[in-house]
Every structure is written in structure tokens, then in C-alpha cells.
Write a protein that binds this ligand. Structure first.
Ligand code: NAD
Ligand code: USQ
Length: 392
């Protein structure tokens, strides 16, 4: 298959590109390196040293004998994206190419507008390029579980059957996102749904939970192929952050009461899910939604798991409850259906102490690169970034 991966230089995009290439697909990636630039601007860096995309592609060629074509440009540049779609004629498009951080989207008017512009306009450009040039291509779009928020009812996979004034219909599940980033994904979902309903496009929206871990079959082949791993307060996700904090003896930064519950999955399962979605495309005109996570944990449960696993390898770890910089429920009902990917054959990689220990040992190998000054949360949901005062 010809597979086009948007955001193919990112945390998830690069391992996905190698996976499809390893399976013999013809892979092209698009990226504008904005993720690398956002880190440069805030003075942070991936814990793992990552190579420039060109070097990664060359290393992959050496290791696997397979080529990956790469296109450098902005997805929100509609002409560039249209030309890339014409040149690559993809049969499947995997769209990761967005600003992925909730705190970044809440820092200021500028970062909020940038997030929504990049994400929403980029996806809209893609829908037009698909409509006009590859209308039969399957779009696999990375959405997020956070689109739903934390309603006091079970969360269904995309749609809910509603009875109202004696009539019934199946409608999109209500959305209550908790950041302007998560809200950008809601806008994307509506636009993609529109493209399917009105233009007959086919799409799968993968409402993914929080991803942790770093190793995939392909990244493990050679150091030059590794993907990024961030632990700073803006781009680092919670489990990755806790593993770094455990190693440097910093109390784990649980925000508020720690009862916030989210769906989680290992990076290996992200790849499995995307492969399953591509191998089993949506029908013409179908907007399919899969909830993509394997387990749910509260933040406190995760902190406890990291504390125990770190103790087994000799690190004494404490847990600290910080004033929550976000506006979110800290105790709530959470039960999200996630059966559609399991029905397609997903075999979950479950989080246990062995897995946490393997992340900790990876962090150990790069401990000289840890910059502890970027761990404390500074970004608050109410007034953006307060540069000097960490939230405590
Ligand atoms: P990432 O930032 O590492 O990857 C995104 C890539 O897209 C980056 O390399 C970036 O440079 C590129 N990009 C961004 N805007 C672009 C544009 N306008 N034009 C071209 N390239 C652009 O993020 P990630 O963690 O790999 O996430 C990938 C996708 O998955 C995102 O859409 C994110 O919202 C979603 N997601 C991630 C997680 C997670 O826990 N990592 C969970 C759920 C959903
Ligand atoms: N949290 C802490 N302490 C920390 C960091 C986070 O308690 O040091 C808490 C947050 O308050 C939140 C939860 O952990 O309740 C998850 O936060 P996160 O930063 O790990 O993840 P989030 O902001 O939700 O975003 C991440 C990815 C995003 C993706 C989303 C999936 O960055 O791209 O869309 O996970 S989901 O959460 O399912 O929407």
C-alpha cells in the first residue's frame, strides 16, 4: 500500500513510518519540524537524543534496506499539502501532524490560536486534497479521548443512541474537552465527519488515550532510530514525567487530588491500532470512531505504580500533591467503552512494574541529559504561563 504519514518526524509518527515500511508498504512522511522548534523556543529537549529526519531515514535505509520518502512543509499550507497528495497518491493517510500539548494550547492567546490554526486548518486542507484527488483513500486521524471529557455517564465509541420527545436517533457523543488543544480535536472530528457525510470520504477517528513508553520493534534496532521522549511540564505526558522524576529523586508531581482518570496505552499498541485501522478501512461515506486505549488509571494509581517499581530497582520515591494548574475534575466517574480495536485483533501490552522498570532503565541511560528545571508546572489554565512562579 502507499501510505502517507503526516507528522512523520514526531514521537508516534516516526515509529509508525518505520513499522509500515518494515511491513513492505511504500511510505512517505510529511513534517515541518514544528515540534522540534517548540522545544528549542522553550529551552527543552527530548531525553533521548534524536537525529534529524534525513539522518533517521538514511539510518533506516541502512538497517532495513527500505526507503522512506520525506516531504518538508506545513500542512496548513494547502497548496503544499495538495501537491504532496498528488505526488504520493496514497491509499491510506495517517494524520499525526498537529500541535499535541494541552498546556501549550493554554499558555497564551498566541499559542491557543496557533494550536487551533495548525490543527483545524491543516485537517481541513487535507479533507479538500482528499476530496479533489484521492476520494477513495482512507484517512486514519489521531483524535483524543479528551474530546469527551469526563461526563457522569459511560463514554461510547463516538456515537450515542438518544431518545428525545419520543423519537430516537444515533448521534455523535457529546464532547466536553478540557483544553483548547483537546477542543481543536473536536473541531477536527466535526470537519472529518462532514467530509464523510457530504463528500463520501472514508475516515477513522482514533480517540487515543495518553501514550507512554518509547520502545518499538523498529526503534530497538539501532540507537539512531529512537523516538523522542519528553518530560517537561508542557510536552511531557504523565507517566513519562513520573519515571524521570523518580530517577532524579524529585517527588512525583500529582496535580490536585490525583483522582483524574484517563485511558492509557503503550506506544507499541498505538502502532498496532493504527495498523489495524489501515488494514480494515472504513466504508465510503463512513466516519468511524475507535476509542484507542488499553487500560484506565487515575493519576494517583500511576504515581503509586511508579513509586513501587522504582523502589524495586533501588530508588526511594515520594509522591507530592501539587495545587492543580489545570481546571479538571479530580474525582469523577469514568467508564469508556473500547472494544472496537479489540474486536479487530488488538493484543494489549499491559502496564505493569516490568514495563515501568524498563522505562526507568531507559531514563537511567540518558540521565546526564535530564534538565530538572523544566519539571515544575508553570502553565496554568486560568492565566496562562507564569514564568517565574511554579505552581505549588
Ligand atoms: P508530536 O508532536 O511528536 O508529533 C506531531 C508531528 O507533527 C511533529 O513532528 C510536528 O513537527 C509535526 N507537525 C505539527 N504540525 C505540523 C504542520 N502544521 N505541518 C507539518 N507537520 C506538523 O506528537 P505525538 O505525541 O507524536 O502525537 C501525534 C498525534 O497523536 C497528535 O495529533 C496528537 O494530538 C495525537 N495524540 C497523541 C497522544 C500522546 O500521548 N502522545 C495521545 C493521543 C493523541
Ligand atoms: N498530570 C499530573 N501530573 C503531571 C502531569 C499530568 O497529575 O505531572 C495529570 C493531568 O492533570 C491530567 C493527566 O495527568 O489529568 C494527563 O495529563 P498528560 O499531560 O499526561 O496528558 P494530556 O494533557 O491529557 O495530553 C496527552 C497528550 C495529548 C493526548 C492526550 C490523550 O499530550 O496529545 O491527546 O494525552 S487524553 O488525555 O486521553 O485526551
Amino acid at each position: 500500500m502507499r501510505v502517507l504519514i503526516l507528522g512523520g518526524d514526531g514521537y508516534l509518527g516516526w515509529p509508525t513510518a518505520m513499522r509500515f515500511s518494515a511491513k513492505g508498504h511504500e511510505v512517505s512522511v510529511v513534517d515541518n519540524f514544528s515540534r522540534r522548534r517548540w522545544h528549542e523556543a522553550q529551552g527543552t529537549d527530548s531525553l533521548t537524543p534524536i537525529r534529524p529526519l534525513e539522518d533517521r531515514v538514511a539510518a533506516w535505509k541502512k538497517v532495513s534496506g527500505m526507503g522512506i520518502a520525506h516531504y518538508v512543509g506545513d500542512i496548513e499550507d494547502g497548496e503544499f499539502l495538495e501537491q504532496t497528495v498528488i505526488d504520493t497518491r496514497p491509499e491510506a493517510i495517517v494524520h499525526y501532524g498537529e500541535q499535541p500539548s494541552a498546556p501549550y494550547s493554554m499558555q497564551s492567546r498566541e499559542t491557543a490560536v496557533e494550536t487551533q490554526y495548525t490543527n483545524v486548518i491543516g485537517t481541513l486542507n487535507l479533507l479538500f486534497a482528499m476530496r479533489d484527488h484521492v476520494p477513495d483513500t482512507h484517512l486514519v486521524k489521531l483524535g483524543t479521548m479528551g474530546e469527551y471529557g469526563t461526563p457522569n455517564i459511560d463514554i461510547e465509541e463516538g456515537y450515542i443512541e438518544i431518545e428525545h420527545n419520543g423519537r430516537r436517533d444515533t448521534l455523535p457523543f457529546p464532547k466536553l474537552p478540557g483544553s483548547l488543544y483537546h477542543l481543536s480535536k473536536v473541531h477536527d472530528s466535526h470537519n472529518i465527519h462532514f467530509g464523510c457525510r457530504v463528500w463520501g470520504l472514508r475516515a477513522t477517528d482514533l480517540n487515543q488515550g495518553v501514550v507512554y513508553g518509547i520502545e518499538t520493534d523498529e526503534t530497538a534496532l539501532d540507537e539512531r532510530l529512537c523516538t523522542r521522549f519528553d518530560y517537561d511540564e508542557v510536552f511531557g505526558t504523565v507517566l513519562n514525567r513520573f519515571c524521570v522524576q523518580a530517577l532524579i529523586g524529585r517527588p512525583l508531581t500529582v496535580y490536585g487530588k490525583g483522582g483524574q482518570t484517563r485511558g492509557f496505552l503503550n506506544i507499541r499498541d498505538t502502532l498496532q491500532c493504527v495498523e489495524l485501522a489501515v488494514a480494515n478501512p472504513a466504508d465510503r461515506g463512513e466516519f468511524r470512531v475507535f476509542n484507542q486505549f488499553t487500560e484506565q488509571f487515575s493519576v494517583s494509581e500511576l504515581a503509586e505504580l511508579v513509586r513501587e517499581s522504582a523502589a524495586e530497582v533501588g530508588y526511594e520515591v515520594h509522591v507530592e500533591h501539587l495545587e492543580n494548574p489545570r481546571v479538571e475534575l479530580e474525582e469523577h466517574y469514568y467508564n469508556a467503552v473500547h472494544t472496537k480495536l479489540l474486536d479487530l485483533g488488538l493484543e494489549p501490552t499491559l502496564l505493569g512494574d516490568e514495563l515501568v522498570k524498563s522505562v526507568i532503565s531507559m531514563v537511567e541511560r540518558h540521565r546526564d541529559r535530564i534538565d530538572a528545571s523544566h519539571i515544575e508546572p508553570h502553565t496554568t489554565w486560568k492565566s496562562g504561563r507564569e514564568a517565574e512562579t511554579p505552581v505549588s
